[in-house]
Ligand binder design. Structure first.
Ligand SMILES: [Zn+2]
Length: 91
């Protein structure tokens, strides 16, 4: 589990997750117990940056990330509802 305490750390993880060829994607976690996919973190980055900078626990305060290989199927993005586990069956 990678902890995220600053916008810089968020961006480093986003960058490495986006370029990890053939690797696993990351699941992002918020302080209030939510989980987000990388696409939503990227599209909602403004809200997340705002929450981190102002320490606002408004549902967008991303404070950790972990490889989706660490989770069994059944975990979904709280924003777009996409399945997050690397092992989710895709037809
Ligand atoms: Zn999402």
């Amino acid at each position: 589990m990678a902890l995220i305490n600053s916008v810089e750390e968020l961006d480093v993880i986003l960058e490495s997750a986006a370029t990890a060829f053939g690797g696993y994607d990351m699941i992002f976690f918020t302080l209030d117990g939510g989980s987000l996919c990388r696409n939503c973190v990227e599209s909602e980055r403004e809200n997340i940056v705002d929450a981190i900078k102002n320490d606002m626990n408004d549902g967008w305060l991303v404070n950790a990330a972990e490889s989706n290989a660490a989770y069994d199927p059944g975990i979904y993005c709280d924003h777009c509802n996409v399945p997050l586990s690397a092992y989710e069956e895709n037809d």
